[in-house]
Each structure stands twice: as structure tokens, then as C-alpha cells.
Design a protein around this ligand. Structure first.
Ligand SMILES: Nc1ncnc2c1ncn2[C@@H]1O[C@H](COP(=O)(O)OP(=O)(O)OP(=O)(O)O)[C@@H](O)[C@H]1O
Length: 408
């Protein structure tokens, strides 16, 4: 049953120690939240005593270790959760912190079913770490959901400050994420390419990781290759006992921890996810309310740019013989028809010549993204927006299946 709807009024909520205020506000509404007294946190980030936080299109929870009073204005579904897994989450953080102090950078991967709270747990663990002066690298192996940048990507971000309460991971400038364009929703859409990108990401992370370690958010469960390449030390299995036992058996050498799913987690439908991704893309090009940014329109001729994509040359993995996996050798780089580019989000790569195409472009890091706003086939040119002014720095652009229109 859905939680009760609050009318658009100002209302106070009092939490005793260990409780959390849970809300669901859709994309049509907005709530404003203020801490009136006591202490409280939003997925591990402390609420300031004088600040007002605005949320729209968000399911969230304000948790208090000591008790507090909140003031909420606006329409949302809301209730107070009296049972939360925050005790086990902070114990997990403390165990990781001990490893950091002893010089072992814990490499933590979070797995579990859809909507089980993986990203939220990553956020809590990162925020507790940052608040203790630690700088873990946040790795997102979840291309379906935009976190630090546009959707359809894998990324690694050294976290030098807490995840923003209102803007989430997107509001973390000037932290610069390392990003790779995958161009699909789930690893199984192109397993060979996913593996290649994980290899590249793992190599890049190895050059930067220290005793702060890694916190890795994933899409689902099939992460065997990533577990090996990212040299995972700890697997957190959230909200699925069966998966926990399977993982325990499969990886006896790893520390495997079972965590409960919060009763507050919300199953998001595809429309909600789409709206959240559209907002993240908008934030990529125009910044957040707190940190607005500018984008610039630029025109490029068809002959000055080369837009390519990875095409898996073999049948989908579901039709391959049992035990056989698609191979990277069967993945080809193909040019994308200019007509299909309208509204596409394209990754700018650091590959700038044709001869690099086959070897280099598939695993190339994205140095930024552009959005194609218009394709003029008569004049043979594209119009695009880019957060960086001037001509495109490189000429090979990588296509993904993500599209965005500014008016959406
Ligand atoms: N304690 C909570 N109270 C209210 N909402 C919550 C709570 N924890 C998480 N949520 C919300 O529940 C939804 C699912 O959580 P989250 O995104 O962390 O899950 P996930 O496992 O990473 O999802 P997926 O991998 O399927 O994208 C999100 O909208 C999140 O903001």
C-alpha cells in the first residue's frame, strides 16, 4: 500500500533516535525540507541547521541517530520508518575504515536485485568515509542509471567531498570522473564491450587507488569479470539471501557480507527512471540549481567528424551455445548513419585519426559529451550543444543508444 499523501502544507515531523523520515515526491511536485532541531543525515550526508533542501522526482530518507525535528513544505507521500538497516551499514563502514587505517584499501563491490538500495548504500558508505577524511573512488558499473554523468556510461570518480544532498552524485564538481561510453543499459547488451571497458577502467583506477579503496555500484549480479579485474576484496550482497549464499560459495577467498534491504527502498518504473536520466543529462549540460553551467551550440560538417559505434558481430549471447561467450574480436566498429543522430548523446573520445579506429576507439575514455540538436542532410552538417565552447577537440565520436531533447 502506498504511503499517505501529504497535502501541500508545512508540517513538522519528529524523529526519535534511529528513525527515518521517508518521502516520495514525483517530478510534478517539489518539497522543501528543513532541519528545525537535532541532527539528521541524508544517505550519510549531514543536514545543515540553517539550510533548506528542495527535492523533486526523488525518493529519499532523512535518518537521525540522535533524534530531530524536520519541517516539510509541499506535496509528497511520506511516513516515518522505525526499522532501518543503518546500524549494519555503519558497522560495515567501520570495518572498512579499520582496513583503511591498516593500509589495505578495501575494494568493495555492492551487488543485489533491482531497486534493493545498492546506489543508496554506496552513497552512505562514501559519505561516512569522506566525513572521516578518506577519499574513496566511486566506481559506477551501472550504465542504466546516470549517477556522476550521463547514462549509458561506466565511470570512476575520486570522491573528495560528500555526495550533494539535493543534486546527488551529479552535483560533485569539481571532481572529475573518468568516463567510458558503453551505450547500452545492461552489461548483457554487449558483454564483450562491457568487459573491455571494465579492463580499461580497472587499469585507470589502479593508477589512482590508495588506502581509501573503491566503492563500486553495479547493475545486477553478473560481475565475475569485474570482480577479478578490479581485484575486489569485499562483496556486499544487499537484499537477497539466495544470492548471498551463491556468492559465498563462488568466492570463498573474498569477504562476503549480507546486508538487509531498507524497507524504504522504492521500486521505480521505467518512466521514473527515464525522467531521472533526462534530468541528469540536463544537469550535465546546464549544471544543477546550486551550480548552474553553460552549454554552447557548435556546428560540425559531416566530413569533419566520424561518428562510430560498437556492433556485436555475433548473435546475442542468449542464442550462443551454452558456455560460449561473445568475443571482442567479433565486435566491429561501424560508422553510424547521419540521419539517426538527431538527439543522440555522443561521447568525444581522445582518438583523432582513422588509423586508430579499430584498435583504439572501443575502449577509449570519453573526454566529454555532446548532444546533437539538428542534422542538416542538405548542408551536410550537425548542430550540437556542448558544455565546452568552440570546435570539437577530436574528431571521433562514440554513439550510444541514449537520446535527449532539451524540451523533455
Ligand atoms: N531508506 C530509504 N527510504 C526511501 N527511499 C529510499 C531509501 N533507500 C533507497 N531509497 C530509494 O529507493 C530507490 C531504489 O534505491 P537505489 O537506487 O539505491 O537501488 P539500486 O539497487 O541501486 O537500484 P537499481 O540498481 O535497480 O537501479 C531509489 O529511488 C532510492 O532513492
Amino acid at each position: 500500500m502506498a504511503p499517505p499523501i501529504l497535502a501541500s502544507v508545512t508540517k513538522e515531523w519528529t524523529l526519535v533516535a534511529g528513525e527515518e523520515f521517508r518521502f516520495e515526491v514525483d517530478f510534478k511536485n517539489k518539497i522543501e525540507l528543513r532541519l528545525k532541531n537535532g541532527h539528521a543525515e541524508y544517505f550519510g550526508a549531514e543536514l545543515g541547521p540553517l539550510a533548506t533542501y528542495a527535492f523533486t522526482g526523488e525518493n529519499g530518507a532523512v535518518f537521525s541517530w540522535q533524534g530531530c525535528t524536520l519541517e516539510i513544505t509541499g506535496e509528497c507521500q511520506a511516513y516515518v520508518g522505525t526499522e532501518t538497516p543503518m546500524g549494519s551499514y555503519i558497522n560495515t563502514h567501520m570495518a572498512l575504515q579499520q582496513q583503511r587505517v591498516s593500509g589495505v584499501g578495501p575494494r568493495v563491490m555492492i551487488v543485489g536485485p533491482n531497486d534493493s538500495g545498492k546506489t543508496s548504500l554506496a552513497r552512505v558508505l562514501i559519505n561516512y568515509a569522506v566525513r572521516q577524511g578518506v577519499r574513496p573512488i566511486f566506481v559506477s558499473l551501472d550504465p542504466l542509471n546516470a549517477s556522476v554523468t550521463v547514462p549509458g556510461t561506466l565511470s570512476a570518480t575520486p570522491m573528495t567531498k560528500v555526495v550533494g544532498i539535493e543534486a546527488g552524485f551529479m552535483g560533485n564538481a569539481p571532481m572529475t570522473p573518468l568516463v567510458w561510453q558503453f551505450g547500452h543499459d545492461t552489461p548483457s547488451d554487449n558483454p564483450a564491450l562491457f568487459k573491455l571497458l571494465v579492463d580499461r577502467l580497472a587499469a585507470a583506477v589502479d593508477r589512482r587507488a590508495d588506502a581509501s579503496g573503491l566503492i563500486i555500484d553495479t547493475r545486477g549480479t553478473d560481475m565475475d569479470h569485474a570482480i577479478q579485474k578490479l581485484r575486489i576484496t569485499t562483496l556486499l550482497v544487499i537484499g537477497d539471501e539466495r544470492m548471498y549464499h551463491a556468492v559465498l560459495q563462488k568466492y570463498p577467498e573474498l569477504q562476503v557480507v549480507k546486508l538487509s534491504r531498507s524497507g524504504g527502498t522504492v521500486s521505480r518504473d521505467p518512466v521514473f527512471r527515464q525522467q531521472a536520466n533526462a534530468r541528469a543529462i540536463r544537469q550535465y549540460f546546464y549544471g544543477t540549481t546550486g551550480e548552474p553551467a553553460m552549454s554552447f551550440s557548435t556546428v560540425a560538417g559531416f566530413q569533419d567528424t566520424k561518428v562510430v559505434m560498437a556492433e556485436s558481430g555475433v548473435a546475442p549471447s542468449s542464442t550462443l551455445p551454452v558456455g560460449e561467450e561473445p568475443r571482442l574480436e567479433d565486435t566491429r566498429v561501424v560508422a553510424v548513419d547521419n540521419e539517426t543522430l538527431t538527439h543522440a548523446i555522443l561521447a568525444i573520445t581522445n582518438v583523432d585519426s582513422d588509423k586508430d579506429l579499430d584498435e583504439g576507439v572501443l575502449g577509449a575514455q570519453a573526454v566529454g559529451f555532446v548532444n546533437v540538436t539538428r542534422v542538416d542532410t542538405e548542408k551536410e552538417r550537425f548542430t550540437m550543444i556542448s558544455p565546452v565552447p568552440g570546435r570539437l577537440p577530436k574528431r571521433v565520436l562514440l554513439y550510444g543508444n541514449v537520446k535527449w531533447m532539451e524540451t523533455l
